[in-house]
Design a protein around this ligand. Structure first.
Ligand SMILES: CC(C)(COP(=O)(O)OP(=O)(O)OC[C@H]1O[C@@H](n2cnc3c(N)ncnc32)[C@H](O)[C@@H]1OP(=O)(O)O)[C@@H](O)C(=O)NCCC(=O)NCCS
Length: 185
């Protein structure tokens, strides 16, 4: 089904911290996500990756290019609620030279397929900074619908910023997946 995709997902490996630390210390990337700014040391990032590998509550995966196996970003499933079958699933393409090439959309589709069809989730949601248009557009392309606005929900760069709440249900995803695959075969 995903033969034409240019990316694949794999488990994190201990040495991945050498790249992910660069992304985590990048101010442009930090400015696009909801979390607060951290100054991240090698020791912290190394432990973060090791902890993520053995964490059984959250799922953290590496996004890689099929052609070269280059590690270009991360995809996560967090805040899992097994009763409601819902979770948060953020992602990032850390290698900025690959932005706007459709790779984040492909990676999110792979992540959603895993979430809905291997783990049995029904709802995957996102809280996206209102000014992060690329992330909202990428979510729309995967079937997410806008649910509302969290007003001034995060403090960043000296101001309080709004976050858009979006979610995709498995039935929304099924429709968008068919559309996406028929356009990209
Ligand atoms: C947001 C992010 C994931 C988008 O990745 P990407 O690989 O550039 O996304 P895609 O190429 O799959 O693009 C998806 C859609 O968004 C559009 N888009 C991407 N960046 C955009 C931007 N800065 N402004 C407007 N539209 C943008 C693309 O044109 C495409 O729409 P189209 O097919 O209608 O043309 C990437 O910029 C990133 O990782 N940023 C840092 C971390 C982050 O913001 N993560 C999301 C947190 S909620």
């Amino acid at each position: 089904m995903f033969e034409n995709f240019r990316v694949y997902l794999r488990a994190l490996e201990p040495e991945d911290y050498k790249k992910s630390i660069i992304w985590r210390n990048d101010d442009e990337i930090w400015g696009m996500v909801g979390g607060p700014k951290h100054f991240v040391s090698n020791a912290y990032e190394k432990k973060w990756v090791e902890d993520a590998i053995f964490n059984t509550s959250n799922i953290t995966l590496a996004i890689c290019l099929k052609d070269t196996d280059e590690y270009i970003g991360n995809a996560y499933i967090t805040d899992i609620n097994w009763i409601n079958r819902s979770a948060h699933a953020p992602s990032m393409i850390g290698e900025k030279k690959y932005w706007s090439a459709g790779l984040a959309t492909e990676a999110r589709i792979l992540l959603l397929y895993f979430a809905f069809y291997e783990r049995g989730f029904n709802r995957i949601y996102a809280h996206i900074l209102e000014d992060n248009i690329g992330s909202q557009r990428m979510c729309e392309k995967c079937g997410y619908k806008k649910e509302g606005l969290l007003r001034e929900s995060v403090y960043k760069n000296g101001t309080f910023k709004n976050q858009v709440v979006m979610s995709v249900l498995r039935r929304d995803f099924d429709i968008e997946l068919d559309n996406f695959l028929s356009k990209n075969q």
